[in-house]
Design a protein around this ligand. Structure first.
Ligand SMILES: [Zn+2]
Length: 432
């Protein structure tokens, strides 16, 4: 090793060690050989200043580099300048490798735990990570899917929106929430606007029915809670395991459960009405064609009494907002394999996420190269003529690479592994 910083172009004059920190005193070995303004080499020393740069922790201690940065005056143009330090980050008083370290760590653990370790404010770490995401985002060119899936995944306490390529079974993005406005903002942000506008009509947005029927369960839950809240403690005791029983489909109820349920609805007819609405909403999706399904849905709508509208309103509104996207499900061959793998992803994501921020989880899912499903051009079989082309000319040939996004099955494997051994380091690629 050249010196404690492992930088051959620097001299380290002193190293102080205290309980938590290393203070490293260093300066550049060689003075600049020319003026940064006029490129002549007629330079004289013109003072110096000390800059403190944070660097990667060493032996479990924080590292501050006291950089003795020299100033020069050009005899030719009379201008002055400080020597250039390429190892320093342009924006922050940190080394470039320290920034890279923070970016890497941010993908594995919380901003707060990094902040504790390295003695930098959590806000700064968040900003560094934000910069990293923006940089990666610019480079990321996921192919716009032919069939775009919009689904909901519950991550870190909130429902988020996951955008998928149904054909290739990949995730192309993850949005903070599932509002339509968020989604529209996402599409206008994508690459050049005109292309997006012509692309959207070509991309069919498909919402998996799995997520729609889930909303029927949520409506029933609203009704159940409202009914319960009006009961005396004694009455409530009569509703043993009511949530568990009501969320079941009718054909799944045991005889004992069905008997209990029948008793409840005699006393609380509203509960029965809500349950029947949930059940009949599920049945809609057994229809075979889009037309049948739409008719079944309109028939169902007529069953919803004003009393029940209070509980089923979010579902009815969502059906209104996403009408085409929901019924498009019937026009496209969404395979069972896709639905199954997406449900598995939802399952593993539900229990992962501890220790991550949403942004970090999103970044990990989207920016990790080894997760991505990429179609590379075929191997060029044409022989290289003897007289031509160096290796560099070959590399300059345009290569069309199609990136479909992060493979759902790879993500599932990754998160399952993560869940079993949360401290395992993720093998990620960091393209620089
Ligand atoms: Zn000069």
């Amino acid at each position: 090793m050249t010196n404690i910083l492992n930088w051959p172009d620097y001299n380290v004059s002193q190293v102080h060690e205290s309980k938590y920190d290393y203070q490293v005193y260093a300066e550049l070995k060689y003075p600049p050989s020319f003026c940064i303004h006029c490129y002549t080499s007629d330079l004289v020393g013109f003072g110096k200043r000390t800059e403190i740069l944070m660097d990667i922790p060493m032996h479990g201690k924080r590292v501050g580099i006291h950089l003795n940065r020299k100033r020069f005056k050009c005899q030719s143009c009379n201008k002055t300048f400080y020597e250039l330090v390429s190892r320093k980050d342009e924006k922050r008083r940190m080394t470039k490798r320290f920034i890279e370290y923070i970016e890497r760590e941010s993908q594995k653990r919380t901003f707060l735990s990094i902040a504790d370790d390295i003695g930098v404010d959590e806000k700064i770490i968040r900003n560094i990570f934000q910069d990293y995401c923006e940089r990666e985002e610019e480079q990321l060119k996921f192919e716009m899917p032919k069939w775009l899936g919009i689904d909901e995944i519950h991550i870190i306490k909130k429902p988020r929106c996951v955008l998928t390529n149904i054909e290739h079974q990949t995730v192309i993005d993850m949005l903070n929430n599932r509002n339509k406005s968020t989604l529209l903002r996402y599409f206008t942000k994508r690459e050049d606007r005109e292309r997006v506008e012509t692309m959207i009509p070509n991309a069919t947005i498909v919402i998996d029915k799995f997520h729609v029927v889930k909303m029927a369960n949520e409506s029933l839950e609203r009704a159940r809670k409202a009914i319960r809240s009006q009961l005396t403690p004694q009455q409530r005791r009569g509703l043993l395991k009511d949530r568990f029983v009501l969320l079941k489909r009718k054909h799944e109820l045991s005889d004992a459960e069905y008997l209990r349920y029948s008793g409840w609805i005699l006393n609380y007819p509203e509960m029965g009405e809500a349950y029947e609405l949930k059940e009949s909403f599920f049945v809609i999706w057994n229809s075979q064609t889009r037309d049948e399904t739409q008719q079944a849905y309109y028939a169902w709508l007529r069953l919803v009494s004003p009393e029940m509208t209070r509980y089923f309103d979010p579902l009815i509104k969502a059906m209104g907002n996403w009408h085409n996207e929901v019924f498009a499900y019937f026009d496209h061959p969404i395979t069972n394999a896709y639905t199954e793998s997406l449900n598995n992803l939802i399952r593993v994501m539900n229990r992962t996420g501890q220790g991550y921020s949403f942004e970090a989880l999103r970044a990990k899912m989207l920016f990790t190269e080894v997760f991505q499903k990429v179609k590379r051009p075929l191997y060029q079989r044409d022989p290289i003529p003897d007289d031509a082309l160096s290796v560099f000319d070959m590399a300059a040939e345009p290569q069309i690479v199609t990136n479909y996004g992060s493979s759902i099955s790879t993500l599932i494997k990754e998160f399952e592994r993560d869940f079993k051994s949360p401290i395992s380091l993720t093998k990620s690629a960091y393209p620089r």
